[in-house]
Design a protein around this ligand. Structure first.
Ligand SMILES: C[S@@+](CC[C@H](N)C(=O)[O-])C[C@H]1O[C@@H](n2cnc3c(N)ncnc32)[C@H](O)[C@@H]1O
Length: 255
């Protein structure tokens, strides 16, 4: 079988980034043994809209295309015994060496990595090319780690594969790209973990009263400065109650 060819581009949009930012789109390559898993996620909602707007280009790459046998084998039994199967090094080296460019940031997904959080998403949103390596079965042959610039974990739990982690990371990164959210830069600035790194204030929509629960007066008053002040105080108050650690991390949060 001939290598060096990416056959499984399931979702590729390569349009010019809009007037917000004329730079190249962020390019995300996701390498997986289950590239079909991304189909729904990539064709829906904000990731799909951002792709159509030319802000991001997401490709899924089938690891099996880089196997060297007819059965497209990518796994084998672990040396020394033990349960399950491990992903072999050869297909991973061929796949990553095919998609990697000099400016790429190659990320292996696994429980031993740095825990993913909004500051990591912000870092990644500033990259030009991200390669996400999704493990499966019992994980990777240890030598595969050599390919990665770093490892990222979604949290202290074990997933069956890196696909959910890759989808979560791609989504969190894509919504940070300028122009990805309907409300513009303001939208992600005011969100949880936004500009101040604190939680978002409670939000309401119509009706103004439902089952005796009224929308706070400051929000229906029509006074934008008063509404903004209310939101700010509520965000600080909510963060102090639920996530005081976020306030302790720094910044001045005058109520
Ligand atoms: C069943 S897990 C392997 C777990 C591995 N045997 C261990 O104990 O650390 C298969 C794959 O899922 C992905 N995965 C599992 N948990 C993850 C997490 N918390 N964050 C990111 N990826 C994860 C990794 O790519 C991993 O190689």
């Amino acid at each position: 079988m001939r290598h060096g060819k990416i056959r499984s581009v399931r979702c590729g949009f390569f349009l010019r980034r809009g007037p917000v930012d004329m730079a190249e789109p962020l390019h995300i390559d996701i390498i997986s043994v289950f590239p079909e898993a991304f189909k729904g996620f990539l064709s829906e909602s904000i990731p799909a809209r951002a792709a159509r707007a030319g802000l991001v280009r997401v490709r899924t790459v089938d690891l099996r295309d880089f196997s060297d046998d007819r059965r497209r084998t990518v796994d084998d039994r672990p040396y020394g015994g033990g349960p399950g199967m491990l992903l072999k090094p050869e297909p991973w080296f061929r796949a990553v060496e095919t998609v990697r460019r000099p400016h790429s940031r190659v990320i292996l997904l696994g429980p031993a990595g740095r825990t993913f959080a909004q500051p990591v998403a912000q870092e990644l949103a500033a990259e030009r090319h991200i390669v996400l390596m999704c493990g499966h079965y019992e994980g990777f042959d240890e030598r595969v780690r050599r390919l990665a610039d770093e490892e990222i974990s979604l949290g202290d739990f074990v997933l069956s594969g890196g696909e959910i982690a890759a989808a979560a990371i791609a989504d969190a990164v894509i919504r940070l790209l300028p122009g990805a959210l309907g409300g513009g830069a303001e939208a992600s600035r005011l969100e949880s973990f936004g500009e101040d790194g604190i939680l978002e204030a409670p939000q309401y929509t119509r009706p103004p009263e439902y089952r005796g629960m009224r929308v706070p007066e400051a929000l229906v008053s029509g006074d934008h400065a008063r509404a903004a002040d209310w939101r700010r105080r509520q965000a600080i108050d909510l963060t102090a109650r639920r996530r005081p650690d976020l306030l302790e991390r720094g910044g001045t949060y005058e109520a």
